[in-house]
Design a protein around this ligand. Structure first.
Ligand code: FRU
Length: 326
């Protein structure tokens, strides 16, 4: 096996507490297992722009060979990410963008496309007629801006559908619920709620349930995570009517990172695929996700065995060496 130089990668994550971000991180770690000796310096900014700026600055003093970053909000993080880039450190932007073109590579889905796909799906589901509420993500984050624009573009093809209200849920379930309660009198008039992620869609669903007005309302989210507490489960439990898959890009980001670090050709824009998940396809998708998960666990088990064997082998050869040279 070809010996690779050992690299140090900094990763600045806007927040680390939700399952989607956890899945991204485990994807990153899984892919890094193919590059033993790589150091990952991980920072979680807890939804805070100032903290994230500080954390990126800190990473820049720690001799990193490459920076991966998912900016909480675009404008506030632009300067520091540009600083990294102009210092000559390759920058991979994941999922959320800055306001600048100064980055080495982007990995993530097309958020305008996701919004537009959602708008067109809403148009078909409501047969071109009805009232909609939109729960938007964090105002300054690029997926929220792009999903909102895309959703408007999708709905524009259906003049019989009107936007009853828009609220900002900041990507968080509790914020979504709170904001919806501030427009309580409008809620019964909606036929459908589109939220920019599944967590906020679930917040909306719960508000409607609590008020006893949720029976005929359609709820749509984004993310479609597999496993317990994920969007696929919500759809198969009929809590949400649909969700749009938003891949985390963890593995792809690491693959791109090593192409850059090893001087191999890479794409500047790496656009991940999406798809609508609803009652028509959720079950085969869940089966497929479970299978992948099972295989993943097997791989990890094998890796563990291999490492244990290597450790035994190493201690035996040292012992042999000591005996021979004694
Ligand atoms: C996770 C998340 C996802 C959303 C994405 C947008 O932190 O809020 O639910 O799709 O970030 O950046």
């Amino acid at each position: 096996q070809k010996q690779e130089r050992k690299f140090r990668i900094g990763f600045s994550q806007c927040t680390g507490t939700d399952n989607w971000r956890r899945m991204m991180l485990s994807g990153i770690r899984r892919e890094l297992a193919f590059h033993p000796g790589t150091e990952l310096l991980y920072k979680d900014a807890n939804d805070n722009n100032q903290l994230q700026i500080q954390q990126v600055r800190e990473l820049l003093t720690q001799n990193i060979d490459l920076l991966m970053v998912s900016p909480n909000e675009a404008q506030p993080l632009t300067q520091v990410v540009e600083e990294a880039f102009t210092k000559g450190i390759p920058v991979i932007v994941i999922d959320r963008k800055t306001a600048s073109q100064f980055y080495t590579s982007f990995v993530g889905a097309d958020n305008f496309g996701i919004g537009k796909m959602a708008g067109e799906y809403v148009g078909r589901t409501l047969h071109g007629k009805g009232k909609v509420i939109e729960v938007i993500g964090r105002p300054g984050s690029t997926p929220a801006i792009a999903r909102q624009q895309g959703f408007a573009a999708g709905l524009a093809q259906y003049p019989g559908i009107t936007m009853l209200a828009q609220v900002y849920g900041n990507w968080l379930k509790d914020d979504a619920s709170k904001q919806l309660l501030t427009i309580k009198e409008k809620l019964p008039g909606a036929d459908l709620v589109f939220a920019h992620n599944d967590l906020m869609a679930m917040g909306a669903h719960e508000v409607y349930e609590k008020l006893g007005i949720g029976k005929k309302v359609t709820f749509i989210g984004v993310d479609g995570l597999p496993g317990p507490g994920g969007g696929m489960q919500f759809v198969s439990d009929q809590l949400l009517d649909a969700t749009l898959l938003y891949p985390t890009g963890g593995e792809e980001a690491v693959q791109t990172a090593f192409k850059i670090l090893n001087g191999e050709p890479f794409n500047k824009e790496n656009i991940l695929q999406t798809l609508i998940i609803d009652s028509s396809n959720v079950h085969p998708l869940q089966l497929q996700a479970d299978k992948i998960n099972e295989q993943q666990r097997d791989i990890e088990k094998q890796q563990g065995l291999l490492e244990a064997q290597q450790a035994t082998y190493k201690s035996q050869t040292t012992l042999l060496y000591i005996t021979v040279t004694a």
